[in-house]
Design a protein around this ligand. Sequence first.
Ligand SMILES: Nc1ncnc2c1ncn2[C@@H]1O[C@H](COP(=O)(O)OP(=O)(O)OP(=O)(O)O)[C@@H](O)[C@H]1O
Length: 246
Amino acid sequence: MTDEAIITARDLGVRFRRNRGSRRSFKDLFAGRARRTAPGEFWALRDVGFTVRTGEAIGVVGRNGQGKSTLLKLVAGVLLPDEGSVRVHGGVAPLIELTGGFAGDLTVRDNVLLTAGMHGLKRREIAERFDDIISFAGAGDVIDTPFKHLSSGMKVRVAFAVVSQLDEPVLLVDEVLAVGDKAFRAKCYRRIEELLAAGKTLFLVSHNERDLRRFCTRGLYLDRGELVLDGPIDEVLERYNADHPA
Ligand SMILES: Nc1ncnc2c1ncn2[C@@H]1O[C@H](COP(=O)(O)OP(=O)(O)OP(=O)(O)O)[C@@H](O)[C@H]1O
């Protein structure tokens, strides 16, 4: 691990509406920052700040709906904060929703090519890694199948296989891995260990304590959108368990 900060998050806030699809009305766009929380709105995250050094492995814990996925989406840059900022020095390989940002109508092959290309892999590098990706996923039979027709488990297999082959320095893994079967999960965990050994930075959202202790050195505990504790993973889990006994 080096002392270099790879992620800096300051005063992060994300506001959602409880009962409407769209996050912002046209009128809101002109109301500016002075606008207070309107009725029906709530803060999914508020005043969240932390710094991550290269090579750290961070476990994000909290009950359902407390802002964990929202935080990962901010780090991935797929969601913009309403307050504060998050800066990542380098690219992010996100495995954060079942679809992994894949295009449902495109085939597995085209999704692999597109994702690898979007993350800056050269044509030759993609060609070299393509077979490994397909074989890691066990997706040889579905290469030309539209992604949307894959089973949930197979979607995750393909997404993990690609994301873990990108050269980005930061890897984000949401609970999606829980969908994979036991043998595939074991394979993913070995791959995550290799990536950590290679100096990558990891964010892992999980409700599985064993996984969190296995991979993570540090924990972020979110409750009602607030960062309750940022510390060594053992301390964070102890506090979380004390607050919410099974
Ligand atoms: N696009 C959205 N519009 C409105 N509310 C949302 C949106 N996305 C998330 N939320 C809400 O924000 C809160 C935080 O959600 P988030 O998915 O970050 O929780 P989480 O801690 O990851 O939960 P889980 O453990 O269940 O995955 C929840 O109340 C959720 O319903």
